[in-house]
Ligand binder design. Structure first.
Ligand SMILES: Cc1ncc(COP(=O)(O)O)c(C=O)c1O
Length: 375
């Protein structure tokens, strides 16, 4: 593959920036940032680059955010050859703007690209594209109060128009961004989980470890079932024995035992290799807590919560950082890991969440070198 669009001495030299002439007015932007919600408002600009086998990555540009027009035969619309990433930009109290381990998102996007037969975007090009969009739309990065951020969504899709099942020879990579409010605006609140026994998310040899749209499309009906059963989110089991706990629709899982040990399901190839998950393992090492990556059965979840051996359950991911799990419900029963009423957050969950958030917002020393300065 040809070298990316990045110049070796200047990451952004090869990105053509055309500022929009009609950016959102300051008053309207202030209104949006006061209550951004999640994924509702998009910033003024977007990043775009193209790939062909002959030219490699080329034509990197930042332009006004706008709809893209597609031929009805565009391959992604039919065969779902698509991958994406998600990361956040955080404003620190001194006004600077930072991302959290963006090179890990870049590396995961390379792994996803391999699985989906898409071209690899070199890691420095990925980071340069994210940095360039954040710098261009810096005024969209919210500051204090609360855990607000700018959510950044890089994605890549088969943009060649043809009907036929083969890897596309024209691929488009884009980055868009959307301001995000505090995930827990009213304080951290445990969520309830529905166990999906009928549907699976990913099988051995499938695309479970890739961040590709199809995984999320196939999880929607299970998520609907969760809502119908009064639960916030859905948990999936493995497809072979229907016994091993994998992950939630959009987060990895952790179980805290009464002896202080912490268990998380292993990277089996069928779950997403969460960057928050990996960071928690490192953080626990520093805090003197032991994390065991091992297969963990649904019976252990039910029985060990019931017996009191599991004292906390939490989920983790970029959007919510660390989310306590108050309740596991399935057809015919439920167990609470959030105290008698399912609404309590345990001390380990709280400690890990706070430690991560403090690093992300620059309130604690970044001893791991996780933060990447953008502005
Ligand atoms: C299926 C799934 N698992 C886990 C995660 C958590 O990954 P990360 O911590 O990198 O956000 C996500 C979120 O991106 C996800 O979509």
């Amino acid at each position: 593959m040809k070298v990316g669009y990045r110049a070796s001495m200047d990451n952004e030299q090869h990105i053509r920036i055309t500022p929009r002439t009609d950016p959102v007015a300051p008053e309207r932007l202030a209104e949006i940032l006061a209550d951004p919600g999640f994924g509702l408002h998009l910033t003024d600009h977007m990043f775009v680059a193209e790939w062909t086998p002959e030219s490699g990555w080329h034509d990197a540009r930042i332009t006004a955010y706008a709809p893209i027009s597609m031929d009805p035969a565009t391959a992604v619309l039919h065969y779902a050859q698509e991958i994406f990433e998600g990361l956040k930009a955080y404003r620190h109290d001194d006004g600077s703007v930072w991302t959290f381990r963006p090179e890990e998102n870049a590396a995961r996007m390379v792994r996803s690209a391999r699985r989906l037969a898409l071209p690899e975007l070199p890691e420095p090009d990925f980071v340069a594209s994210v940095d360039a969009l954040i710098r261009t739309d810096e005024r969209w990065v919210p500051g204090a109060p609360g855990e607000r951020s700018l959510y950044v969504r890089p994605f890549m899709f088969a943009s060649e128009s043809f009907l036929g099942v083969r890897p596309a020879k024209h691929v488009t990579y884009m980055v868009i961004a959307s301001p995000a409010g505090s995930y827990f605006a009213k304080g951290v609140r445990p969520v309830s989980i529905w166990l999906s026994e009928e549907y699976a998310r990913a099988g051995v040899g499938g695309t479970g470890a890739a961040k590709t749209g199809g995984n999320y499309a196939s999880s929607l009906v299970a998520q609907q079932e969760a809502s119908e059963n009064g639960c916030d989110q859905v948990a999936f089991l493995d497809t072979v024995e229907r016994k091993w706990v994998e992950e939630l629709g959009g987060m990895n899982l952790y179980f805290v035992y009464d002896d202080g040990s912490i268990v998380t399901p292993p990277l089996s190839g069928t779950i997403l290799e969460g960057i928050t998950r990996a960071s928690i393992i490192e953080l626990c090492g520093k805090l003197g807590r032991r994390v065991v990556e091992r297969r963990f059965s649904i019976d252990e979840w039910r029985d060990d919560v019931r017996s009191g051996r599991i004292v906390e359950v939490f989920a983790c991911g970029t959007a919510a950082v660390v989310t306590p799990i108050g309740l596991l419900r399935w057809r015919g029963g439920e167990v609470s890991s959030g105290g008698p009423t399912g609404d309590q957050t345990g001390p380990v969950t709280h400690e890990l969440r706070q430690a991560l958030v403090d690093i992300q917002y620059g309130r604690a020393e970044d001893t791991f070198g996780w933060m990447h300065r953008v502005v």
